[in-house]
Design a protein around this ligand. Structure first.
Ligand SMILES: NC(=O)c1ccc[n+]([C@@H]2O[C@H](COP(=O)([O-])OP(=O)(O)OC[C@H]3O[C@@H](n4cnc5c(N)ncnc54)[C@H](OP(=O)(O)O)[C@@H]3O)[C@@H](O)[C@H]2O)c1
Length: 309
């Protein structure tokens, strides 16, 4: 397994992360097989969120299943995210809410600490001083070892950083060949003939690289707002043709080639994959064995519908 060192945080993390958003669909035994398979492949990092399944169902399923695997707690990296409360239609970073969420996560995952806690989406009413106090309490109690965010823009992170006493080590963001906004705008700069020049994230990729924040790419195989898989989807013939051709050169499937495209970026991102099919994860991990040549990386990018200025 290819590994990633976080500049201001943990080292030797697997480049491929097992996302657990789709785990509620599994039985406990099936979930145990998914966890064991991931672990055996070196995918020892598991991503959760309180909102994956009703009442934290993904975390509950994982907690029950993990016990059955016999894997030691200290041999895996458990991350979860809080802030999204669909039943209340709010995002909530208040101290009371985050502390309560962490206690509930720990109970569901059947552990006494999280390796990382991410704030899932920006609470429009967030108070950075309150967040700093909350993180201090969680760190001092030993309940959370590292902190990060998800779907946050540079200025929001700057505002948080002004008060935090601990580094933010991750920003989990949507990034795939089909949802490649993180890199698009750099190419078109201020050109007014194309929508591609519109900056939607204020230089987020460069910001994270400058500040040693590791990007975790979520939904790496999905188009739209995780609407479906672009692999073999009839609406992406050119992209699938290029994935097939480039993949053949490296001995990779189309799926693994799409993952290799993300791993090739020098920002050294982790890729959070959501497959619940052990064979598919094995295939995805083969992406770690190659480094795409520049021409191949660009060929895939252009086949996903972009053009060079
Ligand atoms: N921070 C955020 O806001 C946020 C948002 C969304 C997700 N996430 C995280 O990112 C993780 C991954 O998200 P995701 O599940 O949308 O990612 P994904 O890996 O892009 O998609 C996984 C889904 O695609 C299917 N799939 C993958 N390859 C396929 C292929 N070649 N052909 C057909 N189906 C294929 C999988 O089915 P099988 O199970 O059958 O393989 C699974 O249902 C989540 O688990 C979660 O941890 C974070």
């Amino acid at each position: 397994m290819k590994t990633i060192d976080v500049e201001n945080g943990p080292k030797g993390l697997p480049a491929i992360v097992q996302g657990c958003m789709r785990m509620p669909a599994l039985t406990v035994d099936e979930a145990a097989r998914v966890i064991r398979n991931a672990y055996d492949l070196g995918v020892t990092f598991f991503d959760h969120a309180t909102c994956y399944g009703k009442n934290g169902e993904a975390e509950t399923r994982f907690g029950d299943a993990f016990l059955k695997t016999g894997i030691r707690r200290e041999d895996v990296f458990l991350q979860s995210k809080c802030a999204i409360y669909p039943e209340r239609s709010v995002f909530d970073w208040s101290r009371e809410s985050v502390l309560k969420a962490v206690d509930e996560i720990l109970t569901r995952l059947r552990t006494d600490y999280l390796d990382a806690l991410l704030l899932h989406r920006p609470d429009l009413l967030f108070d950075p001083e309150e967040v700093a106090q909350t993180f201090d309490i969680l760190y001092a109690s030993g309940k959370v070892r590292h902190f990060g965010v998800s779907n946050l823009a540079p200025m929001q992170i700057e505002l948080l950083k002004k008060y935090l006493n601990r580094p933010l080590v991750f920003n989990q963001l949507q990034f795939s060949l089909e949802q490649s906004q993180l890199v698009d705008q750099a190419l078109y700069v201020n050109n007014k003939t194309t929508e591609m020049s519109v900056s939607r994230d204020c230089g987020l990729l460069d910001y994270c690289r400058l500040h040693g924040i590791t990007i975790q790419a979520w939904s790496p195989l999905q188009y739209g707002f995780f609407q479906g898989v672009f692999i073999d989807a009839p609406q992406f013939p050119q992209l699938n043709g290029a994935l097939e051709m480039v993949g053949r050169k490296y001995g990779l499937s189309k799926t693994a080639t799409a993952i290799a495209w993300i791993l090739r970026h020098p920002a050294k991102m982790q890729v959070v994959v959501g497959t619940m099919t052990p064979e598919r994860l094995k295939d995805i991990c083969t992406a770690c064995n190659v480094v795409l040549e520049r021409e191949d990386w660009y060929e895939l990018y252009l086949a996903s519908g972009k053009f060079l200025p």
